[in-house]
Ligand binder design. Structure first.
Ligand code: GDD
Length: 322
């Protein structure tokens, strides 16, 4: 029986990864959650998983969990993941993301176990990408543009260093944008989908508030992304870093138009200055050839379906999500 530990299991990607792993045989899933974590994403599998209360910023609590579970595989998905929050509370983002990972690595090292560990790094690390560097490969320089991006560079480099210094079997994935059902409504696709559904329900005026519509992003369905995380550990090489992305770039304006036309609503669009960032990453389009070659991964879910599922998610969402 393979013992798999997921940090961030109550979150968006973490809960989808748990759904995916629960379909597999000979595998036992363990999850770390904080005492005050929201539970709406995990209610449907709460009896199938063993949960541990732990805060990754507290080294002793991380060590206790790692010593008890003795995982064969760890998926490290817990993070402060919203870019704008990192400008408002930079220290919190750096601490949660970098120190949290450090505590995890130290717990593993001191427990003297040798699990495979996946680190969810991010395309945000590439930041100020230059002309001629798109599609972005793993060798493209990292030029982070937000405290969040710096925290992800920190996580990425710490993982590299622990692999080099101690031979820990760490695989880094640089995930590009991903979305789908359960995505919190602060993130762009989910934000727009929820506004559209509120308009459909008549609880909002037919005006959609937006930020920078010119940014270009490369979206993958979260269900394809978490399958990628699994393949990264099953078939990837420790010490390596892999981009996971669709390779298709769309402006945020195009994505808004797709959502509006899928829903068939008539709306006005208004820029809300508060949604603009001190520095936004202009264009992230990735090249995942290295990952595809290593693992055979291919995205399976068309972006139109992802957006449709997101609209349907908000149409059916229980109060707990709002
Ligand atoms: N959130 C939000 N809300 N973003 C908006 C809006 C809006 O109303 N209008 C335009 N945008 C633009 C943002 O300025 C950004 O360029 C783009 O939409 C995507 O924003 P987010 O969905 O907030 O995601 P992100 O690209 O900043 O970061 C996400 O992707 C990273 C991978 O590249 C997050 O999931 C990160 O955790 C992840 O690492």
């Amino acid at each position: 029986m393979t013992r798999v530990l997921i940090t961030g299991i109550t979150g968006f990607a973490g809960s989808h990864l748990a759904d995916y792993l629960l379909e597999k045989k000979d595998l036992k899933v363990y999850g770390i959650k904080r005492w005050r974590s929201r539970t709406e994403n995990i209610e449907h599998f709460i009896d199938k998983i063993e949960f541990y209360e732990c805060d990754l910023r507290d080294a002793s609590s991380v060590r206790d969990v790692v010593e008890e579970v003795k995982p064969d595989m760890i998926f490290h998905l817990a993070a402060q993941s919203f870019v704008p929050t990192s400008w408002n509370a930079p220290m919190e983002s750096l601490e949660t993301n970098i120190m949290g990972e450090l505590n995890l690595f130290e717990a593993v090292r001191r427990t003297k176990i040798d699990p495979l560990i996946q680190i969810a790094a991010s395309s945000e690390e590439y930041g100020a990408v230059r002309e001629g560097e798109v599609p972005i490969r793993e060798t493209t320089p990292l030029r982070p543009l937000s405290p969040y991006a710096v925290s992800k560079v920190g996580q990425d480099m710490l993982a590299y260093q622990y692999f080099k210094s101690y031979g820990m079997r760490i695989v880094r994935t640089r995930g590009f944008n991903h979305t789908g059902p359960r995505r919190p409504s602060v993130f762009v696709c989910s934000d727009f989908a929820k506004q559209i559904v509120d308009i459909e329900k008549g609880i909002k005026k037919p005006v959609i508030e937006v930020g920078n519509l010119e940014a270009i992003r490369d979206f993958t369905d979260v269900r394809d992304m978490v399958r990628g995380y699994w393949l990264a550990l099953s078939k990837g090489t420790p010490g390596e870093v892999y981009n996971i992305c669709s390779g298709v770039g769309r402006t945020i304006e195009e994505i808004l138009s797709m959502l509006i036309s899928l829903a068939g609503v008539k709306v006005d669009v208004k820029v809300d200055e508060r949604r603009l960032r001190p520095s936004d990453v202009l264009c992230l389009i990735g090249d995942s050839t290295k990952f595809k070659t290593a693992t055979g991964w291919q995205p399976k879910i068309a972006f139109e379906k992802t957006l449709q599922d997101l609209l349907d998610f908000w149409r059916k969402a229980q109060k707990a999500y709002k």
